[in-house]
Write a protein that binds this ligand. Structure first.
Ligand SMILES: [Zn+2]
Ligand SMILES: [Zn+2]
Length: 189
């Protein structure tokens, strides 16, 4: 199974280096093939119809469709867009990420994962990285067919606020793990 990580509007050097860490966590966690997994060069422009001018947010559903159309991932590929902007879908005010359940495309949105204060001490950086990793695992979990889980500490628990994300583990509960191993080759921890 192949993973493509696609940064969008993400030009910060440090953040891009952080994606290599994300890549290694996802490879290990989901058993993606290290030889096939890539971090693409950032995309710096998107079609204007993906942006909601009134709400000043990107349209997550449309972004996923665009990803699907642009990348046309094969059946053994998952694509994860890491987007440095805010987005929403449906009736929600915002989302931290979105994925097609059982599909091939997913996205996470970094704007609301930023720690408060705007300072980049070690603690804030770790928290930011932790949130990125959790949201990415959650969305990729969806692409492997997992739905939301009622266990508050499970990574597939739906985050309504960022404190939900901070509270939960970056791991799957036993029940989600069982469902997941049906789809992936290596058993996950
Ligand atoms: Zn979800
Ligand atoms: Zn679970």
């Amino acid at each position: 199974m192949k993973l493509v990580i696609q940064p969008i509007m993400l030009d910060d050097k440090k953040a891009l280096t952080g994606l290599l860490y994300l890549k290694s966590v996802l490879e290990t966690g989901f058993g993606f093939d290290k030889q096939l997994t890539i971090v693409n060069n950032p995309i710096t422009q998107l079609p204007t119809n993906l942006f909601d001018n009134i709400r000043n947010q990107y349209l997550s559903d449309q972004l996923l469709s665009w990803l699907q159309h642009t990348f046309q991932p094969t059946h053994n590929t998952k694509a994860l867009a890491v987007c440095d902007f805010d987005a929403y879908f449906g009736k929600y005010n915002y989302c931290f990420g979105e994925a097609i359940i059982g599909g091939r495309v997913s996205a996470i949105y970094l704007k609301r994962l930023l720690p408060p204060g705007g300072t980049w001490d070690k603690k804030s950086l770790n928290l930011f990285q932790d949130r990125i990793v959790k949201e990415a695992i959650h969305e990729i979990g969806h692409t492997f067919g997992l739905r939301h889980c009622s266990h508050e500490l499970c990574i597939m628990f739906k985050s309504k606020t960022i404190s939900d994300t901070d509270k939960k583990n970056s791991e799957f509960c036993d029940s989600c793990l069982n469902s997941l191993t049906i789809y992936t080759q290596s058993p996950l921890k």
